[in-house]
Design a protein around this ligand. Structure first.
Ligand code: KIV
Length: 275
């Protein structure tokens, strides 16, 4: 008899059930080693298209491709066993039509084995979200600041200060909920709006730069670890400062190689033949 104990992955149903209950913990992950380390501590691992900036050094997320998301999504699913893995759909892979969205989302789900996908957008994406959820694709929404529309929105800035903008974001959140999303990211909104959204919709809100008023929080892992220094939004809290450690390790290695003191005997396979 096998003694293997299999842990059950968190499901979209579990996530929905956390509305108004214990806050949801979400971190981005792009690679297998990081996914393995985060998996025991989070409810969801989000393979965000932020990987364009964080991993590939792009200036925005607009250049991210479906192939990049599939490759990183596959690695994260492979290295995790507990958390629900959600893969972000990149720009231009889902906005054209519900049919285009279904084709590409289905490919991401089949090829990566992830448990859900994320799309940015509100009322304009409601028909597509409905189309996807009716056909077996679990959808995480994303309202407020939408990085894929950063040019149209006039750059990265807090959303919801003006009454008309706040009303539009509330309508977006309701539309995404009614369309069947199982939860939604709320990005870059001021606290009073995040509180109203969270009270108003029946699915969990996951905040990023949107205050403590949400049902959960998500951060970009490289920001959390102090590894991404190009652009750090004000709301990010660093829980570690790994950049100097990485630089120090590289410097120490370079010094030992140049001094011919690496590899020492203890770092070789086998001993020299004459010993
Ligand atoms: O791409 C991403 O990582 C995201 C999160 C920051 C929510 O969308």
């Amino acid at each position: 008899m096998s003694t293997e104990v299999r842990t059950k992955r968190v499901t979209t149903r579990d996530i929905r059930a956390r509305k108004g209950a214990e806050p949801l913990v979400v971190l981005t992950a792009y690679t297998a080693p990081i996914a393995r380390l985060l998996d025991p501590h989070v409810d969801m691992l989000l393979v965000g298209d932020s990987l364009g900036m964080v991993v590939y050094g792009m200036e925005t997320t607009l250049g991210v491709t479906l192939e990049m998301m599939i490759n990183h999504g596959t690695a994260v699913v492979r290295a995790s066993s507990r958390s629900l893995v959600v893969v972000d759909m990149p720009f231009a892979s889902y906005q054209e039509s519900p049919e285009q969205a279904f084709r590409n989302c289905a490919r991401v789900m089949v090829e990566t084995g992830c448990g859900g996908i994320k799309v940015e957008g509100g009322r304009e994406m409601a028909e597509t979200i409905h189309f996807l959820t009716q056909r077996g694709i679990p959808v995480m929404g994303h309202v407020g600041l939408k990085p894929q529309s950063v040019h149209a929105a006039g750059g990265f800035r807090a959303h919801g200060r003006a009454d008309d903008e706040a009303a539009a974001i509330r309508a977006d959140a309701r539309a995404v909920t009614d369309a069947g999303a199982f939860c939604m990211v709320v990005e870059g909104t001021i606290e009073p709006l995040a509180r109203v959204l969270t009270d108003e919709v029946a699915i969990p809100t996951i905040g990023i730069g949107a205050s403590v008023a949400c049902d959960g929080q998500v951060l970009v892992i490289d920001d959390v670890l102090g590894l991404f220094n190009d652009f750090t939004p004000k709301f990010v809290k660093r829980y570690a400062d790994l950049s100097p450690l990485v630089s120090q390790a590289a410097e120490d290695f370079a010094r030992e190689v140049k001094a011919r003191s690496f590899p020492g005997r203890e770092h070789c396979f086998g001993m020299p033949k004459d010993k």
